[in-house]
Design a protein around this ligand. Structure first.
Ligand code: AHR
Length: 506
């Protein structure tokens, strides 16, 4: 059967009842149509039936487009689950629903950073890192780990130079960091930083790490990345009136026109959008931001020059032609609230019992008498059985705790060294003392799913969901299926990442 057209609707000229209209129908009715519309969770036009995103699975590199279940509806997550069963899946394309082919694909290297993949490309996101429900129907967002990025350097119809535009995105308000730059929006077409004012994107996180770009509280904040600055207002440094936005779902808005721009934000599950800043461009009429030099490329998860250390989760977002009115955006917010985003279970497959002591037995043929063990701070595999000495039995046993970085997943505390947890560090599994830092908590958080080879469980890193506990050369890693490192090797991947979880030895 031929795939439904990606351009299924044209501009929705008549918006009878705005309640049933999608975000882009609402923008069109307001005279500021979407020129890019991206979402892996739902159609953003009431009549859109085309592809939402494309998957590539690890078992055979086959690709599959995911469509909405109905016109204007939620993504067909069941079709993803079926296609990805027993293997890994990456999101390769986030299609533009506006009909302008402004699709987002794997970001190429840029002036600030080369990504870890072949030819310096950034990582692609796992397809299973950000499960949610919309009105009770399952869908998946885009969980962007550090070094993950999407881009379109051949834009069609997005704002350039000082032209007006609007943008919104729905993010996870609990997934962020301080690295540059978890952005969605307008950026340079050459992946480089040619100077101030060449970008206008929504930024979400806790600033650029240098103390510049902050608001009230401890963040995260919605700011504008206007190049060489994450702006909380026309002041480069600080806006005491810019609130921390840490609800589970955050609606973030940035819009700009000549010498005028605004930041707006709200809770993606309830309530209105609030105007968080509305004013003139930074540095006054003689400053470089006075007349913007936007280039119109589209980025997701990275900075304009491919600065790629940031993390965040994206569910949906658009860019418009023209400066949307607050009233139009308020209706879009009502539509987002009506979509009823809710978190979904991050775990699947056999459950782990919080508080229990467990052992994890290797299932790779020829190695199945080995267990995950820690040797001091190294995590590796060793043969363990009932005759093993008590010390080894203890080192092969871990208490299952609620995830330190996300309570929906798990952490594994050593039985013989209380307070020390399995974490990943530089993609290796290690056992370290919990220092209660954000990064420790995130690195020590793992979600569980049915073993990829059909046995036991596969233990997925919460913060790098393309990566799973793997034994490779006897050592523990978090490995992706076919990634850039030797331990990401596809050979025996499913076996190496599947462990039979049983009651601990001690
Ligand atoms: O403006 C902040 C960042 O600075 C931009 O995203 C990037 O291009 C530059 O490094």
């Amino acid at each position: 059967m031929p795939a439904p057209s990606k351009i299924a609707m044209g501009v929705a000229a008549t918006v009878g009842t705005l309640v049933s209209a999608g975000p882009c129908d609402i923008y069109a009715a307001g005279g500021t149509p979407c020129v890019a519309a991206h979402s892996t969770t739902r159609a953003l036009y009431d009549r859109y039936t085309g592809s939402l995103y494309q998957l590539k699975r690890g078992s055979d590199d086959q690709r599959r487009d995911i469509f909405p279940l109905t016109a204007g509806g939620v993504a067909d997550a069941a079709s993803q689950d079926k296609f990805c069963a027993g293997t890994t899946c990456l999101i390769t394309v986030i299609y533009d629903q506006s009909g302008r082919s402004n699709d987002l694909t794997q970001a190429p290297p840029g002036g600030a950073a080369h990504g870890p993949e072949i030819d310096g490309y950034d990582y692609l996101a796992s397809a299973v890192g950000a499960p949610v429900t919309l009105n009770g129907q399952k869908a998946y967002g885009v969980f962007s780990s550090p070094f993950t990025g999407y881009r379109n350097d051949r834009p069609n119809g997005t704002a350039i130079n000082d032209e007006s535009e609007g943008m919104y995105a729905v993010f996870d308000g609990t997934h962020f960091n301080t690295a540059c730059c978890f952005d969605y929006g307008n950026a340079e077409i050459h992946n480089d930083d040619p100077g101030n004012a060449h970008m206008e994107a929504i930024y979400f996180g806790t600033g650029d790490g240098s103390g510049r770009g902050s608001g009230a509280g401890s963040g995260p904040w919605i700011m504008a990345d206007l190049e060489n600055g994450l702006f909380p207002s026309e002041d480069h440094i600080h806006n005491p009136n810019l609130p921390t936005m840490n609800s589970r779902f955050v609606t973030a808005v940035v819009k700009g026109e000549h010498n005028h721009w605004a930041i707006r934000g709200g809770n993606g599950q309830q309530g209105p959008l609030n105007t968080l800043f509305d004013g003139v461009r930074p540095d006054g009429p003689n400053g470089e931001y006075f007349k913007m030099k936007k280039e119109g490329a589209i980025i997701l998860g990275i900075g304009g020059d491919n600065s790629n250390g940031a993390q965040g989760t994206f569910y949906e977002g658009v860019m418009t032609s023209g400066y949307p009115t607050d009233d139009t955006e308020n209706k879009v917010q009502a539509n987002i609230v009506a979509a009823k985003y809710a978190p979904a279970n991050l775990n699947s497959g056999p459950g782990l019992q919080i508080g229990s002591s467990v052992s994890l037995r290797v299932t790779t043929p020829g190695y199945s008498d080995r267990y995950i063990v820690h040797d001091s701070d190294t995590v590796d595999t060793q043969v363990v059985n009932s005759n093993s000495d008590y010390g080894l039995k203890q080192r092969a046993s871990f208490h299952v705790r609620q995830g330190l970085g996300n309570g929906g997943c798990y952490s594994f505390e050593s039985v013989d060294s209380p307070g020390q947890f399995v974490r990943h560090s530089n993609y290796k599994l290690v056992l370290n003392q919990n220092d209660n830092s954000k990064i420790f908590h995130e690195d020590a958080t793992f979600c569980s799913q049915a073993g990829l080879n059909g046995q036991g469980n596969s233990i997925r890193s919460w913060s790098y969901p393309t990566r799973y506990w793997r034994h490779f050369g006897g050592i523990g890693y978090i490995a992706s299926n076919g990634g850039p490192h030797d331990f990401d090797n596809k050979g025996f991947f499913n076996d190496d990442v599947s462990f039979v979880v049983s009651t601990g030895f001690a």
